[in-house]
Design a protein. Structure first.
Length: 255
C-alpha cells in the first residue's frame, strides 16, 4: 500500500520535498492540459530518486455521461493525447469523476447517462493498456446541473456492466460525508481512497479528526484487500496529524 498526497503541477517541487520529509511515496497530480506534463517532466529525476509513484487526476470538466457523440469523442481524444506521457512518467492510474447533466434530464432517465459512461469507459479501456482507470464518488447539491456518481447504485451499475480488472473505484471520504451512500459495498473494487474530513456540508478538505468523519471507520477501510493507494486530500497543514492517525490505525491492524 502506498500513502501519498495530491499536487497540481506548479506545486510539484514543494510536494516532492514534503514526501521526502514525511516519508510519503505517492503523488496524485491534477492535470488540466498536455502542457502540464512539462512541469512534471522537469521534476521527474526527483520523483524517481525518491521512488515516488504517480497517479493522474483527470480534469473535472470531463463528462463521461455526455450525450453528444462528437463531444464524447473529443474527451476520448484529449485523454489519449495525455496518455502519450504514460510510459515516460510510469503513470499508475487515471482517476476521474463520472460527469454531470441537467437535473431534470438526469433524474428522469439516469440510466441513459450511466449507459453513456459505460460506452465511454469501454472505448477508453480498449485504447489504454497497462494503466488503471478509477472512478470517484462525488457529491451533488441539486442545482440546475447535477453530478452523476453520488450514490452507490451508480457505481454498482457500472461495475456490473464493465468487466475489467483495470476499472476500479476511488472512495472519497469527504464527498461521502456530504452525500452519504453505501460505498463499502464496493470493497472488492476499491483501489484508491481520498482521505479528508469536513462538516458534512462543504468539501473543506480538513485533516482527520477536524470534522465529523468517524475515525473508527478507518480500520475497516484500510483492511480492504484491493486497496493500493491512500491520498491525504487536504491542506498540507493537516498532513502530519492525519499521518499519525493513519499510522496508528495501520499498526492496530497489524497487531
Amino acid at each position: 500500500m502506498r500513502i501519498g498526497i495530491p499536487s497540481m503541477p506548479v506545486e510539484l517541487c514543494e510536494k516532492i520535498y514534503i514526501c521526502k520529509e514525511m516519508n510519503f511515496n505517492h503523488i496524485e497530480i491534477g492535470i488540466d492540459s498536455k502542457e502540464d506534463f512539462n512541469l512534471v517532466y522537469e521534476n521527474l529525476h526527483k520523483i524517481k530518486e525518491q521512488n515516488i509513484s504517480i497517479g493522474i487526476h483527470l480534469p473535472l470538466e470531463i463528462n463521461t455521461c455526455e450525450n453528444i457523440q462528437d463531444i464524447q469523442n473529443s474527451w476520448i481524444s484529449f485523454i489519449m493525447d495525455l496518455h502519450e506521457w504514460k510510459k515516460v512518467l510510469d503513470v499508475k492510474y487515471y482517476n476521474m469523476h463520472l460527469g454531470y447533466g441537467f437535473k431534470n434530464k438526469v433524474l428522469n432517465n439516469k440510466k441513459k447517462y450511466l449507459n453513456n459512461s459505460i460506452i465511454f469507459f469501454k472505448r477508453l479501456l480498449n485504447l489504454i493498456d497497462n494503466t488503471d482507470i478509477y472512478i470517484e464518488n462525488v457529491y451533488s447539491k441539486l442545482g440546475e446541473i447535477i453530478s452523476i456518481g453520488n450514490c452507490y447504485e451508480d457505481f454498482k451499475y457500472l461495475f456490473e456492466n464493465i468487466n475489467d480488472d483495470r476499472f476500479r473505484f476511488c472512495y472519497d471520504t469527504g464527498h461521502d460525508l456530504i452525500n452519504p451512500s453505501d460505498y463499502l459495498l464496493l470493497s472488492n473494487y476499491t483501489k484508491l481512497i481520498h482521505v479528508s474530513d469536513n462538516n458534512g456540508k462543504e468539501d473543506l478538505h480538513l485533516g482527520l479528526g477536524k470534522g465529523i468523519f468517524p475515525l473508527e471507520k478507518l480500520s475497516k477501510l484500510f483492511s480492504l484487500e484491493s486497496l493500493e493507494y491512500i491520498i491525504l486530500e487536504m491542506d498540507k497543514k493537516y498532513f502530519e496529524s492525519t499521518k499519525k492517525i493513519i499510522n496508528k490505525t495501520l499498526l492496530k491492524k497489524k497487531n
